[in-house]
Design a protein around this ligand. Structure first.
Ligand SMILES: [Zn+2]
Length: 232
């Protein structure tokens, strides 16, 4: 490997954590993405980020928190304390409810399941983004929660590194990868999801249509390598 990088390019490795690969919320066929993701990591990106789902015990997205069955849905609302802290209008909280799938406990801070999967080449070249850290807020996107109460530093850091092209791999394609990719496209980045490095919980394929509709481009690892090696 050389030190030469392709200016303006970033790789986002989404939630490649033990619980999502082999643990309590293992995504089907998730082990297949480790090798393609490691190949992607070796490409000459100018900037690299890994996100981690990083929940406190009793998180709002856990079925156990609500005494409900796994994979049922409920409606969640923005926590009043955060709406107040961020200067929002608490009067319309009841109208800001969102449908939430209830998951097994996963990626709990301090547990083995929260760690990145062994063998993943995430090293000191990476910035780490933690999300879902507030007990009352779900956060699929590595940019921000759906109510924009708790933005991460990701967008600011991408701009600081002069990133124009954002490439995503990781888990799960129909939740956190999709939400992050759509937020990246909406923030004005040229956004690419690399299918060899993605698996989904429900894996219907519809998630790729939804991403395309928002301007996200869907490519495979061969195309990613062509983009990155031609540019270097
Ligand atoms: Zn989560």
């Amino acid at each position: 490997m050389t030190d030469k990088v392709v200016a303006g390019t970033a790789l986002l490795v989404i939630d490649m954590q033990v619980d999502f690969v082999t643990g309590s919320l293992a995504v089907p066929r998730a082990t297949e993405v480790l090798e393609p993701i490691n190949e992607a990591i070796d490409l000459p990106f100018a900037y690299r980020v890994a996100s981690k789902d990083f929940h406190p015990p009793g998180h709002i997205s856990f079925a156990s928190t609500h005494g409900r069955q796994l994979f049922e849905t409920t409606t969640i609302y923005p926590p009043e304390r955060l709406v107040r802290q961020t200067g929002g209008d608490v009067e319309d909280i009841a109208e800001r409810g969102l449908k939430q799938t209830l998951w097994p406990d996963h990626c709990v801070q301090g547990t083995p399941g929260v760690e990145l999967i062994p063998g993943l080449k995430v090293d000191n070249r990476f910035d780490i983004v933690l999300k879902g850290t507030d007990p009352g807020v779900e956060c699929y996107s590595a940019f921000k929660d759906p109510w924009h109460l708790l933005p991460t530093d990701l967008e600011k850091n991408l701009h600081q590194h002069k990133v124009k092209d954002v490439h995503l791999v990781g888990l799960a394609g129909d939740f956190c990868v999709k939400a992050t990719a759509i937020d990246a496209a909406k923030a004005g980045f040229n956004t690419y999801v690399v299918t060899d490095g993605v698996r989904s919980v429900f894996d219907g394929g519809k998630e790729y249509d939804e991403m395309r509709e928002e301007g996200v481009r869907i490519i495979d690892l061969v195309e990613l390598k062509q983009r990155m090696l031609v540019g270097s």
